[in-house]
Design a protein around this ligand. Sequence first.
Ligand code: NAP
Length: 242
Amino acid sequence: MSSTVDLTGRVILVTGASRGIGYAVALAAARAGADIIITGRTLGALEELDDAITADGGHGTIVEHDLRDTPALPRLAAAIHERWGRLDGLVANAGMLGVLTPLSHLEPEVWDDTIAVNLTAQWHLIKAMEPLLVAAPAARAVLVSSGAASGSYPFWGAYAVSKAGLEAMGRVWAGETEQTNLRINMINPGGTATSMRAAAFPGEDPQTLPTPDAIAPAFLQLLSADCTDHGQLFKARDMLGL
Ligand code: NAP
């Protein structure tokens, strides 16, 4: 895959674009020419991103949305259909850490919330967006996973389980869409300097980690029409040699 990615004219939806990895990926994709739909709950942060996209000559569309509001997703898909008739890229990035504690200590509300955001809402997203993705000539979907999905991560209970489920869902979805123009892959960003990482590792010096801007190019490669991989799990650091 090439290191310079041209996304000119591609309509790409990035969830969790208000900060961290989603913010950096949305900005980088807009700089590469994509028409970006940015979602999250924090309107002010999405407006800041939209200003940054506009300042770079790009075009963004803000959608204030809590992923737990799943009935809003078909409405969003209908609005995208009306305006563009297709979706060329989906970055299912939004996620939450929950609480790091032994499984038996987790509060049921934390379990439910983490699974709802990191897994169930992702299924609703896929369900709502698939017709738009399949309608595009070469759509690419990127599901954002974590090393916790497959490694041994004691205390990361609901988060680890949700990401393992997300990866399984990605493989199922890829198998089902083999005969379409849609290519679906998963990415493990690896430890990246964001607020989620700081919450998980409070004693860590963020300067020792790649920034979201540094790993964003890996996402762009997977969003490119040139990406022919399907149903694979990539590590951003390996893709970029970080
Ligand atoms: P972050 O800085 O905490 O950002 C999370 C994003 O998700 C925010 O934009 C947040 O927006 C959005 N979000 C959270 N709950 C939401 C909800 N209920 N509805 C809508 N949006 C919601 O996290 P990050 O580190 O950038 O993580 C991005 C992705 O990478 C996640 O899937 C994470 O699991 C994964 N990941 C991160 C690392 C790392 O080291 N950072 C490592 C492995 C995997 P609002 O708060 O505005 O809604």
